[in-house]
Design a protein around this ligand. Structure first.
Ligand SMILES: [Zn+2]
Ligand SMILES: [Zn+2]
Length: 133
């Protein structure tokens, strides 16, 4: 019962933001509602929600894993400089039918594509560094 309530709050907090927060950022938000919750509990519940397919986990290479409460399929832009994650708002035509030809015993249910790039803030940093060197 208590676990279910905690999980509900974690999910609500994750759905309230589009920033794709890390577990620690989720923890900071949830703590404002459930002050005595532990970071371990947040990690465990995020893990369960991921396995249920309710939320998704984004691996940003080296950075901490980030979490996404948006249940619909969508693409991500990931900054290779700071690990920031942004949703791609424009429609992109990806042919999922081709995936059905993959030689595997898996039943293919979907595809996740992550687009790497450099965000405006990081690209400004790079230009400034190039200018001073
Ligand atoms: Zn960046
Ligand atoms: Zn997203």
């Amino acid at each position: 019962m208590r676990l279910t309530k905690q999980r509900q709050v974690i999910l609500e907090q994750l759905r309230m933001t589009k920033s794709h927060p890390t577990a620690i950022e989720v923890y900071d938000r949830v703590r404002e509602i459930i002050p005595n919750i532990s970071l371990g509990t947040v990690y465990r519940n995020l893990d369960v929600l991921c396995r249920q397919g309710t939320i998704s986990r984004i691996d940003t290479c080296g950075d901490q894993k980030r979490f996404d409460g948006t249940p619909e399929d969508h693409l991500h832009l990931i900054c290779s400089g700071c690990g920031r994650v942004q949703d791609v708002e424009s429609e992109l035509d990806i042919n999922v039918d081709n995936l059905m030809n993959i030689d595997s015993e898996f039943t293919i249910t979907g595809v996740r594509i992550e687009i790497m790039g450099v965000c405006p803030a990081c690209s400004t940093d790079r230009k400034n560094q190039a200018g001073t060197n």
